[in-house]
Design a binder for this molecule. Structure first.
Ligand code: FES
Ligand code: FES
Length: 169
């Protein structure tokens, strides 16, 4: 629920982040990316271009992959956000995080949180994607370091592991 009676133009905004209810005070047009990083201390989502072109700020909003640099926080009111910080379970990495580590899918790491969330989104929709479907699913996320091959291999590896263990992404 959102309370519009806040002072100084800020509003009380409620949303769920990584499964936890959070209440924040923010200007309605503040970027979700800034609220996550500056208000909530979740610095996994990165700012690359700030214009919706690179995908480094990607998060899931009600299961949909969004560029958080383009989402006014008011639009996220009442929604459920998943960031990279919400994927691991205690000390156990998410299968995609393990696969990125093992396949060399992360180098400088700037693109990695967004890439992994794009991959989560892809594997939720297509549990056994082809290599072309993986490339298409990650096409909104840019990487300057890896040449993409290891990233695509990491997602394929995670899909294989998930289907053999029947775990969910
Ligand atoms: S920082 Fe959001 S898409 Fe580049
Ligand atoms: S690992 Fe550096 S931008 Fe992708």
């Amino acid at each position: 629920m959102t309370d519009f009676r806040g002072s100084h133009g800020k509003l009380e905004i409620s949303l769920t982040v990584n499964g936890e209810p959070r209440n924040i005070r923010a200007y309605p047009m503040e970027r979700l990316l800034d609220v996550l990083r500056l208000e909530l201390g979740l610095t996994g989502a990165k700012e690359g271009c700030g214009e919706g072109e690179c995908g480094s700020c990607s998060v899931l909003m009600d299961g949909v992959l969004v560029n958080s640099c383009l989402v006014p926080v008011l639009q996220a009111a009442g929604s459920s956000i998943v960031t990279i910080e919400g994927l691991a379970s205690g000390d156990t990495l998410h299968v995609l995080q393990e696969a990125f580590l093992e396949c060399g899918g992360a180098q400088c790491g700037i693109c990695t949180p967004g890439m992994i969330l794009a991959a989560v989104h892809l594997l939720n929709a297509k549990p056994k994607p082809t290599m072309d479907e993986i490339r298409e699913g990650l096409s909104g996320n840019l990487c300057r370091c890896t040449g993409y091959t290891q990233i695509v291999e990491a997602v394929a590896d995670a899909a294989r592991r998930r289907s053999s263990s029947r775990s969910t992404v």
